[in-house]
Design a protein around this ligand. Structure first.
Ligand code: MLT
Ligand code: MN
Length: 320
């Protein structure tokens, strides 16, 4: 499988349009080592010709412009796309707003959980993707789905599972202790080439070539640790390094936990929680513009790299 990180930033991107904090200034000023990052999305392909895109970022138009594999093929029809399917992991703005850029009556299959499909159905602007043209298919909260495009199977199999998270910001119910969060608001995905299910090689815990994509996660428990153990690659929620970094930077008051994202650092942070999990590669994506790992010279960047993590970037290519 080929995987491409289309956007490695969290909501807002890097730099964020209105952010004047030191990290956003540094990338705007093109300081060495600071990379512009678009909002959260990856693409995957089994054959290099047809693709599934995971999360439709508000930046999808420029992500497609930066990725020739996702553009209409020279030998294609007058209107066509190599993108056969879009898969959503939650209903956050940074993961669904790009659907609006995919109008123009182009068929593809849109996959999401019942909770996320309900959000799309209740927001009539998404009718620009006429369901007669863009078929919406429900993903199970626990189960395997063979991804299809309008022309048939894409050769990609996904296993979906609920992870700890939070309902989208614009759907929060202030009266509810948990803001109205329910299972299905945030999922993780195991992505494998079709046909590899069930063929776990001796001595391994996963079929060869399993990539886990979990761009939003509020907590890791034993079930999740066991589930991802043995994966060839993990792309994981790298929103904040310190839980309180938004307040520490002075740009806002929300903690990572309040936003449904566990911090990288700390006793309950990602580095500690996944230290003993066996993974071929581990890469942070969905990185917020306040996260000090965006400065390659920072102590935070050195800490994650020393712990075996890579810092995802736009255009990063992986083969699993
Ligand atoms: C998040 O990941 O917490 C959301 O994308 C925040 C947002 O809606 O901007
Ligand atoms: Mn987000």
């Amino acid at each position: 499988m080929k995987i491409r990180v289309l956007g490695s930033a969290a909501g807002g991107g890097f730099p964020q349009w209105n952010c004047n904090a030191p990290l956003s200034r540094a990338v705007r000023e093109k300081r060495p080592g600071f990379l512009v990052r678009t909002q959260s999305s990856i693409a995957a392909s089994a054959n290099g010709r047809s693709w599934a895109v995971f999360n439709a970022s508000p930046d999808i138009r420029e992500q497609i412009a930066a990725t020739p594999e996702l553009q209409p093929r020279a030998d294609g029809a007058l209107r066509h796309t190599p993108i056969g399917a879009i898969v959503l992991t939650n209903a956050d703005v940074d993961h669904i707003a790009g659907l609006l850029s995919l109008r123009e009556r182009e068929p593809f299959i849109l996959y999401a959980t019942a909770r996320v499909l309900k959000t799309l159905a209740e927001n009539s602007i998404f009718q620009v993707l006429n369901p007669d043209v863009v078929e919406r298919r429900e993903l199970p909260l626990e189960g395997i789905t063979e991804l299809e495009g309008p022309e048939g199977p894409l050769g990609l199999s996904i296993e979906t599972f609920a992870v700890s998270g939070k309902v989208a910001l614009f759907l929060e119910n202030a009266a509810d202790r948990n803001f109205g969060t329910a299972p299905g608001d945030t999922i993780g995905i195991a992505l494998r080439p079709s046909g590899s299910q069930g063929s776990v090689p001796r001595g391994k815990t996963q079929p060869d070539g399993t990539l886990f994509y979990i761009p939003g996660c509020a907590a890791v428990d034993d079930i999740l640790r066991k589930r991802i153990d043995g994966g060839a690659c993990l792309l994981f929620d790298g929103t904040v390094f310190h839980d309180t970094e938004m307040a520490d930077t002075g740009v806002g008051s929300k903690t990572g936990a309040r936003m449904g994202h566990m911090a990288i650092d700390g006793d309950n942070g990602t580095l500690a929680a996944l230290r003993d999990v066996n993974l071929g590669r581990r890469i942070f994506v969905h990185i917020n513009n306040t996260n000090p790992i965006l400065d390659p010279g920072s102590e935070a960047a050195k800490t994650v790299e020393a712990a075996g993590w890579e810092i995802g970037y736009d255009g990063m290519e992986l083969t699993v």
